[in-house]
Design a binder for this molecule. Sequence first.
Ligand code: ZN
Length: 455
Amino acid sequence: MHLVRLCAIVAVVIIALPPLTFAGGWKAGTAKVVITPCEPLWMAGYAARTKPAEGKVHDLWIRALAIEDPSGNLGVIVSADVVGVSRQIWDAILARLDDVLTRDQLMLNSSHTHSGPVMSRTLDDIYPLDDEQHARIARYTSFFEEKGAEVIQQAIKNLAPAKLSAGTGAAGFAVNRRNNPEAQVTKLREEGSLKGPVDHSVPVLAVKNEKDELLAVVFAYACHNTTMDFYQWCGDYAGFAQDDLEKEHPGVTAMFVSGCGGDQNPLPRRDLKLAQKYGKELATSVDMVLSGKMRELAPTLSTRLELVNVPLGQVPTRDELMKTASTGASYQQRWAKRLLGEMDAGRAFETSYDVPVQIWRIGGQLWLAMGGEVVVDYSLKFHDMFGKDAWVTAYANDVMAYIPSLRVLREGGYEGQSSMIGYGMPAYRWSEEIEDRLTSAAKRLVHGNNESASR
Ligand SMILES: [Zn+2]
C-alpha cells in the first residue's frame, strides 16, 4: 500500500491553465497522474495469462478534463488506461466527490487496454488468482479510486477561461472481428474485401486558451485496445496515440475515449511496432483535425444520465452449473462454482442490470456515452438517428458486460452470448429487449430538456 501511494505522489503531474479573464465563455482545467502499478500485479483482459506483469513499455495514466459553462454547469471527462471500471469503482469515486459532482456530470472512460492492471469486481472469474494477488488487486483498486477522485478535483481547481471546438477525423485500422478471420485480414484488406460494419470516425474535442494555444485534446475511436497480450504495462495503441500527441504539443493533455468497438479489433496485431503504428495513425488523424477548420462550441453544457434497466435472458439451471463446475474451462468452473454457492446460500440471481446511458451537449455537440463493451451497430444506428456529427462512445462509467445489438445477440458468439460468463453475469445472455431499451433511453435523453436526468 505504502509503496503504491509513494509512487503516485512522486508521479503526480498537474497542468494549470493560465489565469485568463474573459466573461461569458467556457472554463476548462486539466490534471493527470501516473497509475502504473508499483508491485507485481495481474494484468487485465485475458484469461490465458499465467503470471503478473514484469515491467512496462510506458506509464499508464488517468487524465481529467473539467469544463464549465458561464451558468456554472460543470462536467468532467476522465480517461483511464485500464480495461474497464466496475459499478462499484464508479460509485466509490463519486462517493469521494459527494459535494463536487453528480453522477451525470462525470464521464468516466476506460481505454480498454489489455495491458493494464486487474481491478476488483471487473471480469472477476477469468483470472487464476491466489490470495496474495487478490490482496494486491484490492489495494490497487483503492489506489485507483483515490487517484481518480484526486485528479478530478485537481482538474476542477484548474478551471480557467477557454474555448472549445469539435471536429471529426478518420482512421482505418479497426476491423470487424466477427466477420474477418484474423489470419486472413492482411490479404482481405489488400483485396479490399474486409466484411462487416465498422465505424472509422475519430471524434475530436479541442480545448484552447484565449491566445488560441492548445491545452487539451479528447479523441475517440471504435476499436478494441488490444494489439498486445504480453507481460508489460502498456496503454496499447491508445497509450501511444496519447503519448504522441503530448510530445507533439508540449504541455497539452491528450485523452483517449473508447468508441463502440466491442466487436472491432486492431488487425493485424501482437507486435509492439503495430501498436505504435496504430497509435501514430490515430494521433495523425487527430492532428489533421486540429490543424483544419473546427466547429467552435457555444458555452452551454447539459449533462444527463439514465440507468437503463435491461432484463437478463436465459438463466443457468443447477444441473447445468454442476456440469460446468466439473467439466467447463477453468474460468467457467470458477463462475459456475460461485453461482452454485449463491444458490446454496438461498440468494436469488439478479434478473436485470442497470446499464448507464449518458448524453452531454457541449454547445452544439451531442455526445452519447454508454456503459459496457458496446458493439458498433449502436454507433451506426445513433449516427443515423441523431446525425453523423454526433459522438457515440462506450466503456463509460460501468463496464459490466458486452452490449450486443439484437442482431449480434441473435447471432450469438462471444460478443452476443458467451462473454457473459467471463463477466460473471448470472445468465447466458441479455434478453432480446436490450437494443430497444437502450435506444428508447437514448431518444429520451437526447430529446429531453436540459435538466439532469439523474439529479
Ligand atoms: Zn473487450
